[in-house]
Design a protein around this ligand. Structure first.
Ligand SMILES: [Zn+2]
Length: 281
């Protein structure tokens, strides 16, 4: 159709609408507003309208939390074996590991290292939600234990940000064993007088909630984070009760004493520094 003969109806052009360039906009799952992606990113991945905290990858989390350039990663090459030769949904665990490494650039679902938070030296562990849903297998457990050891050696506070789908089923009992091992390591650290600040991001579930994530001397949650062990539907169907709307949210957990405080992402650095000073660490 030539420009001259272009049809109009009621003042509206029938020309197909210009497409919104892909990747520029995103929808907030909480308030459902369309948001300009770069505006959200500049706002620490928080919805400017309703303060919904979006999930962020480990590298971004470290950027937000640690003093610029201070994070020195250790054990970055520690990679998992495939102890059960696990196959699922037409693929193999080994293939999934390769795919996820390519997708998010991390070799595992946790990064650990030394860092500074507002000038306070810490051992920092951050989970990567894009690597097998931030699940804990052998390597995540080993890294957590190594972080505890380093915190003990250096007499430093330990800060761990959990963001996890739980224990990694692909490693079966090897993964479940890490729940006990990480808990035991933290018990030793506690006896030695260490300070463990556990930050729960959305989501913190399953075997991670049932082990190290809930063992913090201080447990901080991000607003609206999903925190729980079993899934909501499983619980409702098992115990045959109607669960409250806000069940397993950070706010529900705070009200029921499982979480010590809810801290906005923009306040997290200051709050952690304040806690370290308060505990004289
Ligand atoms: Zn929103």
């Amino acid at each position: 159709m030539s420009k001259k003969t272009k049809k109009h109806w009621g003042g509206f052009s029938l020309k197909p609408r210009r497409e919104v360039p892909e990747g520029l906009w995103m929808r907030c799952p909480a308030c459902e507003h369309m948001l300009y992606k770069s505006a959200v990113e500049q706002n620490m991945n928080i919805c400017p309208g309703c303060s919904h905290h979006f999930r962020i990858e480990a590298a971004t989390r470290i950027k937000y939390l640690a003093d610029e350039g201070s994070f020195q990663e250790v054990l970055s090459d520690l990679a998992t074996d495939d102890p059960l030769s696990f196959r699922f949904r037409g693929t193999t665990y080994k293939q999934r590991l390769k795919d996820d490494e390519k997708k998010c650039g991390a070799k595992e679902a946790m990064l650990i290292g030394k860092a500074f938070i507002k000038g306070r030296g810490v051992i920092l562990g951050v989970m990567e939600p894009n690597f097998l849903m931030g699940s804990m297998g052998f390597v995540v457990g080993e890294k957590l234990c190594a972080a505890v050891d380093k915190a003990m050696e250096g007499n430093l506070p330990l800060v761990v940000v959990s963001c996890s789908g739980g224990a990694r089923m692909h490693e079966g009992v090897v993964s479940l064993g890490q729940m006990a091992k990480t808990s035991a390591a933290l018990a030793k650290y506690d006896e030695a007088g260490g300070l463990f600040i556990s930050v729960l991001a959305d989501p913190t579930t399953g075997g991670v909630t049932a082990s190290f994530a809930m063992l913090g001397d201080c447990i901080i949650a991000e607003p609206g984070a999903l925190i729980g062990f079993a899934g909501r539907r499983t619980i409702a169907e098992t115990i045959k009760v109607e669960l409250p709307e806000d069940f397993q949210t950070a706010e529900f957990m705070l009200e029921h004493g499982f979480v010590d405080m809810i801290v906005h992402r923009k306040e997290l650095r200051s709050e952690i520094a304040r806690l370290i000073d308060y505990c004289k660490k």
